[in-house]
Structure formats: structure tokens, C-alpha cells
Design a protein around this ligand. Sequence first.
Ligand SMILES: [Cu+2]
Length: 109
Amino acid sequence: MKKLFLIMSLLVIVGCKGEVAKAEINVPTAQCGMCANTISHTLKSVDGVKKVNVDLGAKVATVIFDPTVVKVVNLESAISNAGYQANETPANAEVYKTLPGCCKLPADR
Ligand SMILES: [Cu+2]
């Protein structure tokens, strides 16, 4: 019985460890702090995402995530569905239209 418990605890430890990967996703259409917040909140709401940092100056979102749960392509589509371009994935045009003026490209304001 003691042995079984030990094995079970080990399984739990291994199961909770998870894998960690890092992705740097270009978000060239991010304009202001609000954009950075939106992108950050969007990514944090995705299953498997552990940490997000959006660098507005570099226009890069750095994401720490569990690659067994979520893939970079999922992160990109989450950003797209929030109205922003992510790497080569264009922003969802319908959502982009609903962004506040300050969050649109200068040409669209
Ligand atoms: Cu903005």
C-alpha cells in the first residue's frame, strides 16, 4: 500500500511538471498600451499559456507556454481573433474594425 502511494505521488509530480516552451510572436499592428493589454489578456486566457510579455517598442509578444497543450499557431489565431496581426497571420478583419481608433493603423483612423 505504501509502495502504491509512492508510485501515485510520483505520477502526480511528473504529471504536474509539464513542458515549457517560449515563442516570440511579432505583433506589428499593435499601436498603444491598450493594444498591449488586449494582446496580453487574450494570450493569458489561452489554455497552456503560463506567461506573457508584450514589448510595444519591439512589437513582440513573448509567450511562455506548455507545448503539449497549445501550439504557436493557436497563439497566433488567438491574437488574430483579438484584432491584431500575429507573425504572418493577418488580423481578423471583423474584429479589427471594432478596435478603438487609437488601436488601428494610422492609415485607418
Ligand atoms: Cu491600442
